[in-house]
Design a protein around this ligand. Structure first.
Ligand code: TRP
Length: 694
C-alpha cells in the first residue's frame, strides 16, 4: 500500500513524493473553503458599487468575460500548481524550479500585509454587531439613527468621529481600545478556526460560507419586498451600454474579478495543496468562480433594494434622501450608508444585526485563508510544528494590526490596501504568475495533471489563455494604472512643490520590500529540498533568437512609447502621432515575438526537448510589451477620472433590459453553477459505484 514511490506520477508530470499530508477530508470541505476565501467583503462593498458606477447591468458583460477568460483559467492554474506539488505557494513554485520560489514568497509577503489590516475591518463589524445586538436587547435606538440628510451626516459622524476618532492626517494618534479589543477577539476567532488543521477548517466553512448566504438572502428578500425597491434596483441594473465602449469599465471589471477570486497571493495554491491526490480541479475552479459571482450579484440586489426602500421611506416621512445621496463603496457603504438605510426601516436593530453577521461571516473565512496560507508556507519550508508557528504568527499579526486601531488608522488602511490589492500588488503578482508558469515552465504538464483527474477537460486553448490572454490583459491593467499613478497631476511620490506624499511613499516601500524579502527567504535552506527535475536536452539558444530579437525590439518600442505618451499627456495631445506609432510598433513586434516563441516551444516539445531560454524570454518580453503598448494606448486616450461620473437617475424603475439582465444572469451564472454541481455529483456517484472514493 505505502510503496515508497507511490507519489511519483506517471508520464513524469511533476515529481512529488507523497508524504502524509493532511487533507480536507471531503470535496465539499475544499470547495467551500475556497469559496469562503473568495467570497469576502469585496463582494458586498466592492462589486455592487462598481457595477452601479460603470454602466449598471451592462457591467456584467465585461465582468463575465473577465471571469470566464481569465478568472477561472487562472484559478485552475493555481489549483493545479498546489495540487501537483502538494506544497504551499513558495515551495510549490520552488518545486518547479529553485529560482521560482521567490514568486511564492512574494505573494505570501503581500498577503501578510493584508492580514495586518483585514481583521481590523472585521473588528469594526464585530463592534457594530455588538451595538445592534445591544439595541435589539434593550429596545433602544441604534446609535447611528437619524432622519433625513442630517441623519446621514449623523451616521457618518458616529462612524468616523465617535467610533474611530478619525483624523484626516496621517499621524496615528493613540491606540483606541474600542477597536483594539474587538481586534484581539477577531484574531482569537481566526486562531480558533484554523488551529486544529485543515480538516477542521473544512468543517468550519460549513458554517462560515452558508451562513452569510442565508443572511444575504434574508436581506435581499427583505429589501425586495420593501416599497420603493424597484427604484433602487434600477440604479443597480438598468444598463448604460455606452459604458461598454469605455476602456475604464473593462479595467474595473477585470480588477474587481481578480480581487474577488483571491487570486495571485497563493491562497488558492495552498488550499489545493491539501486536496486528495485524485481530486477534481477544473470543475472545482468553475464552482468557486461561479459561486463567487452569484454571491456578488445577490449582495448587490440586497444593497440596492434596501437603499431603494430607504429612499421611499424617507420620502414618505417628509425628509427625502435619494439613493444617489448615500450610495458608496467600501467602509462608507458598510458602516454609514447601509446602517443608515436600515435605521429608516422597520425592525432596524434586528436587520442591522443580520447585516453585521453577514459581514463578519463573509470576511472571517477570507481572513483565515490568508493566515492558513502563510502558516502552511512557513511549515512547509521549515518543517516546524504548526501549533507554535500559528501562535507566534497570530501575535505578530495582532501587533502589526494595532497600528490601524488608531485615529489615523483608517487612512493608512486605505493606502496600504490600495497598493497591495491594487495594481502594484495583486495585478502585478498575477502577471508574474502567468509569465513564470506560462513561459518558463512546461504548462502542458500542469494541464495534463488537471485533466487526468477532473470532471471535464481543458483543451490546448487553456495554454493560450495563460500564455497570452491573461498576461496581456493583466499587463494592460498594470501598465495603464501605473502610468496613471505616475502621470497624476498632483504628483505620485512628490507634489509640484516638492513635498513628499507620505502615504504613497510608504505604500510603494511596502510593495517593493516584498520582493526583496522574498528573495532573502527563498535563498534560505529549507527543511525539505525539492527533488530535481529530470534533465532533458534544451533546444539550442540560437533557435529562439529571432523571437528574442523581435521581443527586444518590442520592449524598446514600448519604452519609447511610454516616453512619448508621457510627453503627449503632459502636453494635452491625445492624438500624438509619434506616441501612437511607437505603441503600434511595440504591439506588433510583441505579438510577433510571442507567436514565434510559442511556435518554437511547440516544436521543442514535439521533439522531446526543453525550449531554449531565448524563446522563453522572448515570450515573456513579447507579452509584457504587448500589454504595455495596450496599457499606454489606453492611458493616452482615456482619463479615468472623467469616466467615473455617477450614472443618471432612472426614475421610472427597472427597465425591460434590466429584467433581461436578471434573466441572463440567472441562466448563465446560476445555470452554470447548477451544471458544475451536477457534474461534480455525478462524478462522485461514479466513483462511489467503482468503490474508489476516499
Ligand atoms: N476575495 C476577497 C474579497 O472579495 C478579498 C481578497 C483578495 C482576499 N485577495 C485575497 C482574501 C487573498 C483572501 C486572500 O473580499
Amino acid at each position: 500500500m505505502n510503496a515508497p514511490r507511490a507519489g511519483f506520477q506517471r508520464n513524469g508530470t511533476v515529481e512529488i513524493r507523497e508524504e502524509q499530508r493532511e487533507t480536507w477530508g471531503t470535496r465539499a470541505g475544499f470547495v467551500l473553503a475556497a469559496i469562503g476565501s473568495a467570497v469576502g467583503l469585496g463582494n458586498l462593498w466592492g462589486f455592487p458599487y462598481k457595477l452601479y458606477s460603470y454602466g449598471g447591468g451592462a457591467f456584467l458583460i465585461p465582468y463575465l468575460v473577465a471571469l470566464i477568460a481569465v478568472g477561472v483559467p487562472m484559478l485552475i492554474l493555481e489549483f493545479t500548481l498546489g495540487h501537483s506539488t502538494q506544497r504551499a505557494a513558495p515551495d510549490a513554485f520552488g518545486r518547479l524550479h529553485r529560482r521560482f520560489e521567490m514568486v511564492g514568497w512574494w505573494g505570501i509577503l503581500l498577503s501578510f500585509v493584508i492580514i495586518t489590516y483585514y481583521p481590523v475591518i472585521l473588528a469594526y463589524c464585530f463592534s457594530y454587531l455588538w451595538f445592534s445586538l445591544k439595541a435589539l436587547a434593550t429596545g433602544a435606538n441604534l446609535p447611528w439613527a437619524g432622519e433625513g440628510l442630517a441623519g446621514v451626516t449623523n451616521a457618518g459622524d458616529f462612524f468616523y468621529k465617535t467610533y474611530l476618532g478619525y483624523s484626516e492626517d496621517l499621524a496615528l494618534g493613540g491606540l483606541r481600545l474600542n477597536i483594539a479589543v474587538p481586534l484581539a477577539l477577531t484574531w482569537l476567532a481566526m486562531y480558533l478556526c484554523i488551529f486544529r488543521g485543515v480538516r477542521f477548517v473544512g468543517k468550519i466553512v460549513w458554517l462560515t460560507v452558508p451562513l452569510p448566504w442565508i443572511m444575504l438572502l434574508i436581506l435581499a428578500a427583505r429589501g425586495l419586498t420593501l416599497p420603493g425597491s424597484p427604484q433602487g434596483l434600477a440604479f443597480y441594473l438598468n444598463p448604460d451600454w455606452s459604458q461598454l465602449a469605455k476602456p475604464s469599465t473593462w479595467r474595473f471589471a477585470f480588477g474587481q474579478m481578480f480581487f474577488s477570486l483571491s487570486l495571485a497571493f497563493g491562497v488558492m495554491i495552498t488550499y489545493a495543496s491539501f486536496l486528495h491526490r485524485r481530486s477534481d480541479l477544473n470543475n472545482n475552479a468553475a464552482l468557486v468562480g461561479l459561486a463567487d459571482t452569484a454571491t456578488s450579484f445577490v449582495a448587490g440586489l440586497a444593497v440596492f433594494a434596501t437603499l431603494g426602500g430607504m429612499a421611499f421611506a424617507t420620502q414618505q416621512a417628509g425628509h427625502p434622501v435619494p439613493v444617489q445621496e448615500v450610495v458608496k463603496g467600501g467602509p462608507g457603504l458598510a458602516f454609514v450608508a447601509f446602517p443608515y438605510a436600515l435605521a429608516q426601516l422597520p425592525y432596524p436593530a434586528l436587520f442591522s444585526a443580520v447585516f453585521f453577521i453577514t459581514l463578519v461571516t463573509l470576511g472571517i473565512d477570507s481572513a483565515f485563508s490568508i493566515t492558513e496560507s502563510i502558516l502552511a508556507a512557513i511549515v512547509d519550508k521549515t518543517g516546524w510544528r504548526r501549533g507554535p508557528v500559528l501562535i507566534v504568527m497570530s501575535l505578530v499579526g495582532l501587533a502589526f494590526s494595532l497600528v490601524y486601531a488608531t485615529a489615523g488608522g483608517l487612512n493608512w488602511l486605505g493606502i496600504v490596501d490600495g497598493f497591495v490589492n491594487g495594481t502594484w500588488g495583486i495585478a502585478f503578482m498575477g502577471l508574474l504568475q502567468c509569465l513564470v508558469l506560462g513561459w518558463l515552465y512546461r504548462i502542458d504538464r500542469l494541464r495534463r495533471h488537471a485533466n487526468e483527474r477532473s470532471d471535464w477537460r481543458l483543451g490546448a486553448w487553456w495554454n493560450g489563455l495563460i500564455r497570452f490572454l491573461a498576461p496581456v490583459t493583466l499587463g494592460t491593467l498594470v501598465w495603464w494604472s501605473m502610468f496613471d499613478d505616475f502621470a497624476s497631476p498632483s504628483g505620485f511620490l512628490r507634489d509640484a512643490q516638492g513635498r513628499w506624499h507620505a502615504g504613497n511613499v510608504a505604500g510603494l516601500a511596502v510593495v517593493t520590500l516584498a520582493p526583496l524579502l522574498a528573495l532573502a527567504f527563498s535563498s534560505l535552506r529549507g527543511a525539505r529540498e525539492a527533488a530535481p527535475h529530470p534533465a532533458r536536452p534544451a533546444a539550442p539558444f540560437a533557435s529562439g533568437l529571432p523571437a528574442l530579437v523581435a521581443a527586444v525590439a518590442s520592449v524598446a518600442a514600448a519604452v519609447c512609447g511610454f516616453a512619448a505618451v508621457l510627453a503627449a499627456c503632459r502636453g494635452g495631445r491625445p492624438g500624438d502621432p509619434a506616441a501612437l506609432a511607437a505603441l503600434a510598433a511595440a504591439a506588433l513586434a510583441g505579438a510577433v515575438a510571442a507567436a514565434a516563441a510559442y511556435r518554437h516551444i511547440r516544436r521543442a516539445a514535439a521533439s522531446g526537448a526543453d525550449p531554449a531560454w531565448s524563446a522563453r524570454w522572448a515570450g515573456i518580453l513579447g507579452t509584457v510589451a504587448l500589454g504595455a503598448a495596450c496599457g499606454f494606448f489606453l492611458a493616452l486616450r482615456t482619463s479615468v477620472a472623467a469616466t467615473a461620473a455617477a450614472p443618471s437617475a432612472p426614475a421610472e424603475g427597472l427597465s425591460a433590459a434590466a429584467y433581461g439582465i436578471i434573466a441572463a444572469i440567472g441562466v448563465l451564472v446560476f445555470g452554470g453553477l447548477a451544471w458544475s454541481l451536477y457534474r461534480a455529483v455525478t462524478a462522485g456517484a461514479r466513483e462511489d459505484a467503482a468503490g474508489e472514493r476516499i
